[in-house]
Design a protein around this ligand. Structure first.
Ligand SMILES: *[C@@H]1O[C@H](CO)[C@@H](O)[C@H](O)[C@H]1NC(C)=O
Ligand SMILES: [Zn+2]
Length: 491
């Protein structure tokens, strides 16, 4: 706990706001200011710049982000908020270096994937390349039958990206004796999107390097001519368990048995500062906490969560959900998720696929509509921190302004910096979030209780079934463009 106590030792004195005015949605809306959101995002961007370019799980930029939020909610807002730092542990991976050397000894442009497997060092793996057939309908090398007749023993398999999870391709490659996979992209150009192989596949996969489509097709053509090609892949990657933390801060005032909860993730991907993803939600929540502390008259508590390790697979929020007792889950009456609310060319999507979700979501919807925005309802996907709350049957909603071009062309990239924010959108969305939270803090009329009808509400399979059903019924809002096939947790 060294980290947190050092803040107290620094002698920062909690300033006491005098909460005399009575809480109202109008008052909160008025208090939200663009310049304060700018200030927070400037700080988060600065933290990334000083810590290797990111604020990712397991790395120093995350610690600094945590300290930044705690200095406000835990120290400055100590008279109005109770703050709790929740620790969890997750497998961390970082590729320190990766290289591919081609048949002519040339250095080939290559990127790594999250949770990649290390090769022997320092030499890596040198072996003959063996081609695998392309199947753009079912995905290449995705199924057992597509490997029929391919003896990859002792070789490096050349595989086309796309359609199925990359981890599936790497598992089959391993089963067929391959030492490694060189995956070539399924779209042209050298802007190759990243992806995660997931921590739970550690130990089950062969090492992989992702190269351009052009390069891969060139090798494929030469192999088809019967040429023997050798390549070398070197992956220097470490993986080990590391601690991380969620921050949970709630108003002292309000009924502890009726809690309105708002969440945003505090971590970024390793590739960049994450100013929109999810600095935008982080800043929005901090600005809201700053506004709420000025008021009294809360019927219900307002609880803010800044989640850790979202980009590694929703780890912090799933841990939080798993630690709640049934009674504690009952007390969370509504959950609002704010992950990417300032995309440069925003869409205005409000999550809701049931009337229970709309009981809170409609406040967001109506406000954005009244401001002339083309707001629409979309179903939940499975790629942000709302999953834990849906799994518990807690009515949920939130705002999402889009990931990937054209909405956010810097999604999961180094350019997700201070230039990657639409200031009007983040300000308006924070005001919407503030109105909704204030309204529910005053009254939960019309908000149904938690739905406990699922046979085993905490089973992952139950939630997947529910999500699949939702996906079929409605346009699902995802953080990644599934059509592009370069999504966060997929292909
Ligand atoms: C983050 O802070 C914790 C607690 O002080 C410390 O144990 C850990 O080493 C820090 N991690 C990094 C990457 O700086
Ligand atoms: Zn992300």
């Amino acid at each position: 706990m060294k980290l947190w106590s050092s803040l107290a030792l620094a002698g920062i004195v909690a300033t006491r706001a005098v909460a005399t005015e009575v809480l109202s949605p109008d008052a909160i809306e008025k208090d939200i200011e663009e310049k304060n959101l700018q200030n927070v995002l400037w700080n988060l961007n600065h933290i990334a710049e000083n810590n290797g370019g990111n604020r990712a799980f397991g790395l120093p930029g995350y610690n600094a982000s945590l300290d930044f939020v705690l200095e406000r909610v835990q120290t400055r807002f100590a008279s109005e908020f109770d703050t709790y730092v929740q620790k969890f542990t997750h497998l961390f991976e970082s590729t320190r270096s990766i290289s591919v050397t081609g048949p002519e000894g040339e250095n080939v442009y290559v990127i790594t994937l999250q949770y990649n497997t290390a090769t022997p060092l320092p030499g890596g793996i040198t072996a003959e390349l063996i081609d695998t057939p392309v199947d753009d309908a079912r995905g290449s090398a995705c199924f057992e039958d597509q490997w029929a007749g391919i003896d990859a023993t002792g070789k490096i398999a050349l595989v086309r990206r796309g359609v199925c999870a990359i981890a599936d391709k790497l598992k089959l490659a391993k089963a067929h004796g391959a030492l490694a996979v060189i995956l070539y992209n399924n779209v042209p150009g050298d802007s190759i999107g990243g992806a995660t192989l997931s921590a739970n596949n550690i130990g089950l996969l062969v090492p992989v390097g992702v190269i351009t489509e052009e390069y891969g097709k060139g090798w494929k053509a030469r192999l088809a001519q019967g040429e023997v090609l050798k390549a070398t892949l070197v992956v220097d990657s470490i993986n080990e368990p590391r601690d991380s933390w969620n921050i949970i801060a709630e108003t002292k005032e309000g009924d502890p048995n009726n809690v309105v909860m708002l969440g945003a993730h505090l971590d970024s991907v390793q590739a960049g500062a994450g100013v929109n993803d999810d600095g935008s939600g982080t800043a929005g929540l901090l600005e809201l906490a700053t506004a709420f502390r000025r008021y009294k008259g809360f019927a219900n508590k307002v609880r803010f969560a800044w989640w850790g390790a979202e980009e590694s697979g929703l780890i912090g929020s799933l841990y939080y959900g798993s630690q709640l007792s049934e009674a504690e889950a009952d007390r969370i009456r509504f959950y609002f998720n704010y992950d990417m609310i300032g995309s440069k060319q925003p869409i205005y999507a409000v999550y809701a696929d049931t009337d229970a979700h709309k009981s809170g979501g409609s406040i967001l919807f109506d406000y954005l509509q009244s401001k002339g925005k083309p707001v629409y309802y979309g179903g939940f996907g499975s790629s942000s921190d709302y999953v834990a709350f849906l799994e518990l049957g807690i009515p949920s909603s939130g705002i999402f302004t889009g990931a990937g071009a054209p909405e956010d062309a810097c999604y999961h990239q180094a350019c997700d910096n201070l230039d990657n924010i639409n200031w009007e959108a983040i300000t308006l969305n924070t005001k919407a979030a503030g109105r909704a939270a204030a309204q529910l803090a005053l009254s939960l009329d019309g908000i149904p209780p938690r739905e406990k009808t699922s046979p085993n509400p905490s089973s992952r399979r139950a939630i997947e079934r529910r999500l699949n059903r939702a996906a079929q019924l409605t346009k699902v809002i995802e953080k990644s463009h599934s059509c592009g096939g370069l999504g966060d947790h997929t292909v």
